[in-house]
Write a protein that binds this ligand. Sequence first.
Ligand code: WQD
Length: 373
Amino acid sequence: MAQLLITGGAGFLGSHTCLVLLEAGHQLLVLDDFSNSSAISLERVAELAGVPLQRDQPTLKATLEAFTLVEGDIRDTQCLDALFTSAKAFGQPIEAVIHFAGLKAVGESVQQPLRYWDVNVVGTQRLLTAMNFHHCRTIVFSSSATLYGYPHPNQIPIPETAPIQPINPYGASKHAAEALLADLAGCSGKPEPIQASSGGWRIARLRYFNPVGAHPSGRIGEDPNGIPNNLFPFITQVAVGRRPELTVFGDDWPTPDGTGVRDYIHVMDLAEGHREALHSLLNSDPQLLTLNLGSGQGASVLDVVKAMEATSQRAIPHRIAPRRPGDAAITVANPTLAAQQLHWRTQRSLTDICRDGWAWQQDNPNGYGEACL
Ligand code: WQD
């Protein structure tokens, strides 16, 4: 199996993907600055996988174990160089990278565009520079459906060939990082989602729809900083009594019940999709893959509220408020290409999402930290 570098591996998506990759037998070197995550998530991943977690420095003072965590910033070129150099010195060169490290709150990106471009674009550029220098040219990139902006109704469910029209700095920064990857692959300006690449680069750009839920053990899950921006963690925090009520942003959308419709994908399905994308790249000729990772099913805000009430047997108090700037009515994936290319589809339902998300929140009312209510 492969020695992998997982940037942002202590985060929500990263921790669940680390677990799936350890269970697949890969060796993981995780880089995370804990700006929006906790090392506790990986201590629990180690428990679940039965693999000890080693904490180390970028120069890897100790031997390179199966699961090593280094604290560091993706923009720190010396840290990146030390990781690749040290892994090579231990005879376990990094064969591929899964790049989660980045900022991902739409509203925050509008307030802090420079920070979002620095972390998401400059950070990605510096990672790719280090990879290129150390002849590591296989990467799975954490992209987003946010790139599609306001999808045209005749483009729903959304295919990978839909127009790219980001409407906020978060989406624009992901679009820029995707463009850099296409330039590296010698595929600049070619919109085809699957194409041969040059320079030996094997690249998968995975566009997530709405990642939600938690590992069924309840030991790892989503732990947003402060007041959740996203619907699902807000709902679980209301159910567990950490928030008094949910604000529903608009019930006048052109949807069946008037509330926003999204494609909610269980985080374990997403983690397995990353495993399949990595294995596809490792076993293929140089190529640039661009794939939507979603269920292809839409659920409204009120659908999610009702599903969580049924699962938790708790009322979810909610009030209707005006629409949130930047929202679209409906965002649902066309997942056909990922099914064809990776032989992967989502396996878990909205009920599974609510069951697992509720188990996590009940067992961890304050997430990984001792955050106050
Ligand atoms: C979902 C629906 C809201 C909160 C975001 C970002 C991006 C992406 C996925 C990674 C919408 C409604 C929400 C609330 C509400 N992740 N809502 N009350 O905006 O679809 O996408 O997550 O790339 O981070 O694009 O997700 O969960 O914020 O909103 O009514 O308190 O829930 O209006 O209809 P979104 P969301």
